[in-house]
Design a protein around this ligand. Structure first.
Ligand code: URP
Ligand code: ZN
Ligand code: ZN
Length: 466
């Protein structure tokens, strides 16, 4: 069994920051001891990594990705192989992707399809949530089986009528089932029925540019759906996790309910923290690069989202990584914004953008690790195997250089997509060395990993309830 020793770095977890050496045996962390202490000095290892002047942080846990997702007549351009490799480059060592149940299909069949896509292809560890598009007596029963086997969260959609959409009755039934079996309901909270009316009216009036995608997906309709989802969860007595929160008024709904002691949680994404409707309005159809749902909002929302992250009214930052190339994919919507496939790339950028938020003073270093590593792991039943550095945890560790500077660009990124949503943005901080279960997979700008190193992770139920 090989032993690895990480010496001299500042170990940062959600709970503490200490100058410590980290001892790894095979795939797991076995001990931490203060740097320079007699205990640490006595350790020997096959490989010693010098982390002096660097941060030693848990590998990122990105709880919202869509590799190879079929959407809008095309499919997300990252495969599990390319997308998970890009995750590794960006310091993320676990992804939780969304398996899809199509209408008329069983959950089992959808899940099997996603296992087949991912198995043997991932550079980092992976798990699945289940998208429920068809809430029926039999799929409700299947929820119980999935929870037992470690797929413990289910995404439902109040948006996309005719595709993923569930009405309130179906949502309530799924929530009741989740309350009984421990499955966490994740909600895409936008009033899709009303949005479709506004889409039709906008197109009929000749408003076809990408920016109208943002205008018809009104903030009010995100807030209304968030409110309704919370009330349905309260009726069902189930916890609720609202994905990709972009609007300040939707966040206010979550905050008010949390103040009442409800187990409602919210996730936001880097695109809502760093981008805005200004991007959607970029000329020459460039705005299509920023079409996602929920949509980007006016800049003023960003301060509220940062505040929500500081006050823990938002608990998680995931990417909702769902890349489509500009050429040939986003272009499907020239002349009709409703045909632009929804989604942005970002799995490689999340840890660095959030470190930039530390540099900019929005969040503390520990909060960075909490929202990007520890809480997503807790929320989705992977903690403490993932999301922290502690004896017994998987040795998913990033040696992070807080002083390195980099310019985010499609020229240098590893995601399989022909543009970057953050093109030209300079950030301070970079993953220098990345270990996944004790194996070095990134070292000094070289990829040393392999497709198939990443293993499927079964999950416990939510470990974050009040
Ligand atoms: O625009 C987005 N978010 N695309 C991915 C699907 C979803 O709703 O998460
Ligand atoms: Zn969604
Ligand atoms: Zn998504």
């Amino acid at each position: 069994m090989s032993r690895t020793l990480i010496r001299g770095g500042l170990v940062i977890t959600a709970a503490e920051e200490i100058h410590a050496d980290v001892l790894i045996d095979s795939e797991q962390v076995v001990a931490l001891a203060a740097t320079g202490s007699t205990v640490a000095e006595g350790w020997t290892a096959d490989t010693v990594i010098d982390a002096m002047g660097k941060y030693v942080i848990p590998g990122g846990v990105d709880a919202h990705t869509h590799m190879e997702l079929p959407f809008g007549g095309t499919a997300a351009s990252d495969t599990f192989e390319t997308g998970s490799r890009a995750a590794a480059w960006g310091g993320t060592t676990t992804i939780v992707d969304f398996a899809v149940q199509s209408v008329g299909e069983s959950l089992r069949s959808g899940l099997d399809t996603w296992h087949a896509k991912a198995e043997g292809n991932c550079a980092v560890d992976y798990a699945f949530h289940m998208i429920m598009s068809d809430v029926t007596e039999s799929s409700l029963k299947e929820m119980d089986l999935l929870v037992e086997e470690g797929v413990t969260s289910f995404k439902l959609f109040m948006a996309y009528p005719g595709v993923f959409y569930s009405d309130d009755g179906k949502i309530l039934r799924a929530m009741q089932r989740g309350a009984a079996n421990g499955g966490l309901i994740m909600m895409h909270a936008e009033n899709g029925i009303a949005i479709d009316v506004l889409v039709e009216q906008a197109l009929a009036a000749g408003r076809t540019d990408p920016r109208y995608h943002g205008e018809v997906r009104r903030e009010l309709l995100e807030a209304e759906a968030t409110h309704r989802a919370i009330k349905l969860a309260e009726v069902a007595g189930s916890p609720l996790y609202v994905v990709h929160v972009s609007a300040a008024s939707a966040l206010a709904e979550l905050a008010q309910s949390r103040d009442r002691g409800l187990n409602v949680f919210g996730e936001t994404c880097p695109q809502y923290l760093f981008l805005s409707t200004d991007n959607l309005a970029e000329p020459d159809f460039e705005g299509a690069k920023y079409v996602c749902s929920t949509p980007l909002r006016p800049k003023e929302h960003q301060a509220e989202l940062w505040k929500g992250l500081r006050t823990n009214d938002l608990q998680v930052v995931s990417t909702d990584h769902c890349p489509f190339c500009f050429s040939g994919q986003k272009e499907l919507g020239r002349g009709d914004f409703s045909k632009i496939p929804n989604g942005l790339p970002g799995v490689e950028n999340r840890m660095d953008l959030l470190h930039q938020a530390v540099v900019d003073g929005h969040i503390s270093r520990r909060r960075w690790i909490e929202i990007a590593c520890a809480t997503p792991a807790r929320m989705f039943g992977l903690y403490p195997r993932k999301g922290t550095i502690a004896p017994g945890a998987d040795a998913d560790i990033v040696i992070y250089d807080p002083n390195a500077t980099q310019v985010i660009s499609t020229e240098t990124h590893h995601m399989n997509v022909d543009y970057s949503a953050y093109e030209g943005k300079q950030v301070t901080g970079k993953s220098e060395t990345v270990l996944s279960r004790g194996t070095v997979i990134i070292e000094q700008d070289r990829y040393l990993g392999r497709a198939g190193h990443g293993q499927y992770q079964t999950r416990e139920t939510c470990q974050y309830l009040i």
